[in-house]
Design a binder for this molecule. Sequence first.
Ligand SMILES: Nc1ncnc2c1ncn2[C@@H]1O[C@H](COP(=O)(O)OP(=O)(O)O)[C@@H](O)[C@H]1O
Ligand SMILES: [Mg+2]
Length: 245
Amino acid sequence: MNIVIDSLYKTFGSATALENINLQFEGGEFITVLGSSGCGKTTLLHLLAGLTTPTKGAIYIDGEQKDRPGADRVVVFQQPGLFPWLSVEENIEFGLSLHSGTKASRRKASSDILPIIGLEGFASHKPYELSGGMQQRVAIARALVMKPKVLLMDEPFGALDAQTRASMQSFLVSLWDQLHCTIVFITHDIDEAIFLGTRLIVLTARPGRVALDIPIELERPRSAEVAFDPHFLDLKKRAMSILAH
Ligand SMILES: Nc1ncnc2c1ncn2[C@@H]1O[C@H](COP(=O)(O)OP(=O)(O)O)[C@@H](O)[C@H]1O
Ligand SMILES: [Mg+2]
């Protein structure tokens, strides 16, 4: 699988949100896109998801131009957006029910993923019975059962308290270590971007341009101590100097 973002521009009226974005992603990468608020991160994610169209340029997945949403790209937003009247397993199966498969195969998909997201035994709970972090894990599971080519995440832990956020970051790292799915994860948090990714992309302030595109060469699995690694600190310094401008 590969994703090509070719000379991408996005303007809103006279304001340019993204300017000449050129990137290439390979299957199995965990790409973190870092940028300050208003630099065009969500716009980039929406373009990848096909939720909006570029003003100029194009996005290709495996050579095929993408300009509308598809089951090959699933988004996890800041708010879990679960259906409150459906149980955990029904929420997870919801997207599948719009596509193909039998009820039994959908039930198998949800029961297979529940232990992976640490929610074994919560299948018939309703979202209001879960903590914020658990709800967001259900949202991630709902996306993963679609078996997308790429999982798009827009500041998915931004609404969580600091402690839950840290545990969700560790959860996502171990999930990726198990599944090696392709993830594009957007954040304005430097530590989060470096802790999670295999590759760091830093955007400039508006209009967003690619200022840095660099592999994150930190051992996996990662623990919180990785934040003291010299490579982590070097990346952090470089990212900070870009965000400061
Ligand atoms: N639908 C829209 N109409 C007009 N301006 C928009 C729209 N969406 C985003 N913008 C503008 O584009 C810029 C980038 O927005 P966004 O991608 O949401 O940034 P980020 O997610 O990095 O905070 C901002 O200045 C924002 O005001
Ligand atoms: Mg945003």
